[in-house]
Design a protein around this ligand. Structure first.
Ligand SMILES: Nc1nc2c(ncn2[C@@H]2O[C@H](COP(=O)(O)OP(=O)(O)OP(=O)(O)O)[C@@H](O)[C@H]2O)c(=O)[nH]1
Ligand SMILES: [Mg+2]
Ligand SMILES: [Zn+2]
Length: 349
């Protein structure tokens, strides 16, 4: 067996280069390499050259959700019938957000982010702008997918708004319309990894089932009682026959960005460029004369909503940063404090 047997799981040179010469020369190294498919409390499930395995993770990797994500590559040595985690390969990217006030890793080593939304009241351009910023921040190609076009009688309304996003890859489809999913095959090269994200109920798991003939639980259409609902509860990666890795994620109520300044600049590049044309360097784009942004809004080149969302996300970003810096400062204060106390004691001894 050679390292190329891992390629269909997304292995590439980026990870191979992280092996030491000794490791490459040692027999059995290949069998110690795995890609994480699911994360539990103190163990993970993973795929390797010899198939699936359960990997136990020691205390140094706890809490797992802060060290590891679905899609990460790891090394693990055999331990009885399981494996034991040894180290984590530096990822190509690790997608993060803020959840309950703390940074949370959602997934790692992605090539495409399929941002799923549906042609109904769930649709929200501002929410899509957040997902686009997330993808751009981590250098992942975003693909915006509008589902449920079969039960929408105002499709133009949604398509018009999607157009205003200025995203490169946009697809409108329905699992009930044969052929409408065909365009998505453009993103399915062997070894690529796709994660689906979006609100609950937009049809992520249904779309995966339709594309890959899988059998993921989806929300049954039983509006009258909640018992038939099968919402996705765990992030899960699985490999398809065509060599594509798919990550299904539970619906997010809100996506709070974390450290996504560059992503925001990409999504709101027209505003960033306009702001350089304002008469005053320190223009606040409120009521100053010669403000290029206000002029663009007046001439309907950009919408007020687009600009408002930019300001909102920038503000969120700044407050996240302040909070993170605050936590950092507290940590340093205590570190210095204990150092002082400790060295004081040493003097007494
Ligand atoms: N008419 C129609 N219904 C769809 C389509 N796609 C999904 N649905 C329905 O929408 C509901 C929700 O679909 P899911 O695939 O479970 O949604 P999800 O995004 O995975 O939801 P979470 O797992 O909660 O995040 C189900 O009842 C699907 O049958 C579509 O293209 N057309
Ligand atoms: Mg689901
Ligand atoms: Zn201005």
């Amino acid at each position: 067996m050679t390292y190329s047997s891992l390629q269909k799981f997304g292995w590439s040179n980026v990870f191979f280069q992280q092996l030491s010469f000794d490791e490459i020369c040692t027999e059995g190294t290949l069998e110690q390499i795995f890609r994480i498919t699911a994360i539990h409390r103190n163990r993970v499930e993973a795929m390797g050259a010899n198939g699936e395995s359960s990997i136990i993770c020691g205390a140094e990797f706890q809490p797992l959700s802060q060290h590891l994500a679905v899609g990460d590559w790891v090394m693990a040595e055999a331990a009885h019938e399981h494996h034991r985690l040894v180290r984590i390969f530096e990822p190509k990217n690790r997608v993060r957000r803020i959840s309950n006030g703390l940074p949370q890793v959602i997934a790692a080593n992605l090539d495409y982010l399929w941002i799923v939304t549906s042609a109904n009241e769930e649709f929200n351009v501002k929410r899509l702008e957040r997902y686009l910023a997330l993808a751009h921040e981590f250098d992942i190609t975003p693909v915006v997918i509008l589902t449920k076009t079969d039960i929408c009688d105002d499709l133009e309304h949604y398509l018009g708004q999607l157009d205003s996003l200025g995203a490169d890859n946009v697809h409108a489809l329905s699992v009930n319309t044969p052929g409408s999913l065909d365009a998505l095959s453009a993103y399915m090269s062997e070894g690529s990894t796709i994660a689906l994200m979006g609100s609950s109920g937009v049809g992520k798991s249904t779309l995966i089932n339709a594309m890959f003939h899988t059998d993921l639980a989806t929300q049954a259409i039983r509006e009258d009682d909640a018992h038939g609902r099968h919402t996705t509860t765990h992030r899960e990666l699985f490999f398809c026959d065509n060599g594509v890795a798919i990550i299904d994620t539970p619906g997010m109520r809100e996506l709070q960005l974390y450290d996504a300044e560059q992503g925001l600049e990409r999504v709101f590049h027209s505003i960033v460029e306009l702001s350089q044309q304002c008469r005053y360097n320190n223009c606040t784009h409120a009521e100053e004369p010669g403000c290029a942004i206000q002029a663009a809004i007046a001439s309907e080149t950009i919408t007020q909503a687009h600009f408002d969302n930019y300001l909102k996300l920038l503000k969120e970003e700044a407050s996240q940063k302040r909070r993170a810096e605050g936590a950092h400062a507290v940590k340093h204060y205590y570190r210095d404090y204990f150092k002082k106390v400790y060295s004081g004691r040493k003097d007494q001894w």
